[in-house]
Design a protein around this ligand. Structure first.
Ligand SMILES: [Zn+2]
Ligand SMILES: [Zn+2]
Length: 313
């Protein structure tokens, strides 16, 4: 075949076929289910801060013996898409929950089916403003709406709400404006930051100036095509946010479970890890597959030592 005919063939057949195959692959990804990975056991310990990755933005936090569950989504599929990697824990495998804390009403964060599964084992649910109507028929013992700058404080926990760079309507055509939050959780002099869903913004620096954050939970996906970055961080921006927050450790969230946008499923954690290594901060970043956990170093050992010393005296 002459070079000219080869070029014609490439243009007329190979390129369209390749494009069609890539499109089909992307579409099938949206509907494909993932496989189950073995999960670590959940043990609630009063001397420890441990975070289990349940999946997407859902993490279970053992915060010195109290339990916090963020943005619980435990179902196998959202309206679109299906789950690619099975969540780490089913509702019945989770311990009693002291606080469910929800960042905003988007379907991948505020899942009514999952909340119905959890309502009988949950003490308190914290939601953004103007979201109560979504759960009014669920018998939660205590419901608190928090708006930006508002604080829920009791003997065991302080939760402060902040404005991220995002938006709040459950679906774009909804009339009602709803709140959208990120949070700090404080207990026994330790602070965890939960980013929810957010683009990169100035809020990280401000929060970092006012808190000594131990662990930052930061979203790293849903950034392609480019206009999605108006509302979501890419992995490099998440690392900038980690530095702005001046947090000791960072756990990326909002990746790997659902294919929401056009980047490859494995791209966000890969870019995050590579950049963290380049910047020499990889040892303070922890990419947790669903069902795996991270324990804040230092706390458990210190308290154990104290207990041993007390026993010896
Ligand atoms: Zn969102
Ligand atoms: Zn989201």
């Amino acid at each position: 075949m002459s070079p000219r005919n080869k070029r014609k063939l490439k243009k007329a057949v190979l390129i369209p076929t390749y494009s069609l195959l890539m499109l089909l692959k992307t579409l099938t990804d949206f509907f494909r289910r993932g496989q189950h990975l073995p999960s670590e056991p959940i043990v609630i310990n009063p001397n420890e801060i441990r975070i289990w990755m349940v999946g997407h933005a859902t993490v279970l936090i053992n915060f010195f013996g109290i339990t916090i569950l963020t943005d619980p989504v435990l179902v196998m599929s959202l309206p679109i898409p299906k789950r690619r990697i099975v969540h780490g824990y089913k509702a019945e495998e989770l311990p009693p929950i002291d606080y469910i804390i929800i960042s905003h009403a988007h379907l991948d964060h505020f899942d009514l089916r999952s909340l119905r599964m959890l309502v009988n084992k949950t003490k308190t649910i914290i939601i953004p403003k103007e979201c109560s109507d979504l759960i009014e028929k669920m018998p939660f013992k205590s419901t608190t709406e928090l708006h930006w700058g508002e604080i829920l404080k009791n003997n065991e926990l302080t939760v402060t709400s902040y404005q991220p760079e995002h938006w709040g309507k459950r679906v774009p055509w909804e009339r009602q404006n709803r709140g959208y939050n990120c949070y700090t959780f404080e207990r026994n002099g330790r602070t965890i930051f939960f980013g929810g869903d957010t683009a990169y913004g100035q809020h990280f620096k401000k929060i970092g100036q006012n808190h000594q954050i131990d662990i930052a939970l930061l979203p790293i996906s849903a950034y392609k095509p480019m206009f999605m970055e108006l509302h979501h961080m890419n992995p490099l921006e998440a690392l900038d946010a980690f530095k702005d927050l001046k947090s000791e450790h960072c756990i990326p969230i909002h990746w790997g479970s659902f294919r929401l946008t056009l980047e490859r499923m494995d791209e966000p954690p890969r870019l995050f890890k590579d950049q963290a290594e380049r910047e020499g901060i990889a040892s303070r970043t922890h990419i947790l597959p669903n069902g795996k956990s991270f324990s804040l170093p230092g706390i458990f050992e210190t308290d154990n030592n104290l207990q041993i010393k007390t026993a010896l005296i």
